[in-house]
Design a protein. Sequence first.
Lengths: 135, 299
Amino acid sequence: MARSKFPVEVLTPEGEVFSDEVEMLSTRTVVGSIGVLAHHEPVLARLEPTELRLYRSDSEIVRFAQAEGYLQFAENRALVLVEEAIAPDELDRATLESKLAEARAALERAEEGTEQRARAERDLRRYEAFLSVGH
Amino acid sequence: MASQQDIRRRIASVRNTHKITKALELVASARLRRAQTRIEEMRPYADRMQELMVGTARAASSFRNLPLMQRREEKRVGVVIFSGDRGLAGPFNGQVMRRAFELERKERADGHEVVWTVVGRKGGSTLRFRRFEVAAHWEGFVDKPTYHDAQAVAHKLAELYTEEQVDRVVVVYNKFVSALVQRVVVSDLLPIPEHVLEGSDEEDPDPKKQALRGDFIYEPEPEEILERLLPVYLETEIYRALLESAASFLAAQMTAMRNASKNANDLIDSLTLQMNRARQAEITQEILEVVAGADALTA
């Protein structure tokens, strides 16, 4: 059964990556996974790096590797503001793995409780999430 | 009068210079177009992000005590200069440095210490030449900044601020007004001005923005969201300054190189004229000599 559609915009600092009507949007907030259908209640959530899925229909799914960001749903429109959103076929495994290693090393160096450590942890989560999208 | 040979050599040298300036002009104008699109592409993100912050700040119980909002007595002022990695860009580097030094004199007169941070090789070497200590220096991405570069700068500035090494941060950069006009702008970055979170008080007629006032389910709490949003705001502001500065650099370079190419052309024209005169003078001289010689023989 076809569900009703709603407009989604995905914006990054380097430009718009997606703007179209979809049936469902799925991503992950700091609290847990979330799937948004049309007429969802207004929500504002912080997003974790994960795979962003936009269901144009049950069979047609647009995927992105998504970094940290925010999801806002209001008046039946979704707005996804993320630092990065990369199409899976543009992900380069080798680069990601070296960045992951870099983040691990930075985490080793950083002292407990500092801002550097928090940042290294965030980088680590991001590249891990990107790598799992790459599969 | 210079000989034909000398003038010909000069023309060749000017022509070579012209080739270089022309090439630089073309490259700069092509990249300027790209830089302008990048500014336009980041605008929707930055605008929406700001709306999100205003909405969240309204829902949060308090935001004035967040680390990046805290005001304290000013002792040290951090100045961030956005310069270029290279020269050959007209007044681009000069005007931003001049403005920064004006600012420095004013801050010193007010009894504040100045802590320098600088983006771009040119600014860095000017500061080193003047024997100033530089707290942080970035280079290599100035004419093609990415969001990642902006994050690196923003993180360092946030760190300097939260560790109380500076009590205020001011940015100085060239704002891109048009291909012909770039204006130096000085603006406060940290602490984050409160008006940023308050938004305009007037009721916005745009229904999309009105929606932000509705009741949202916040995940996590608005205060927590806001705490992470402020650094993001900082990053987008730095990114904006980087992009404006990059576009200004390319525009200034394009204009400077266009003028240089025009000058080279004028110079080639006047040198060619000079050379033709020299050649004609020489020919006339020879004819006179031949005629005089013939006259002498027949006489």
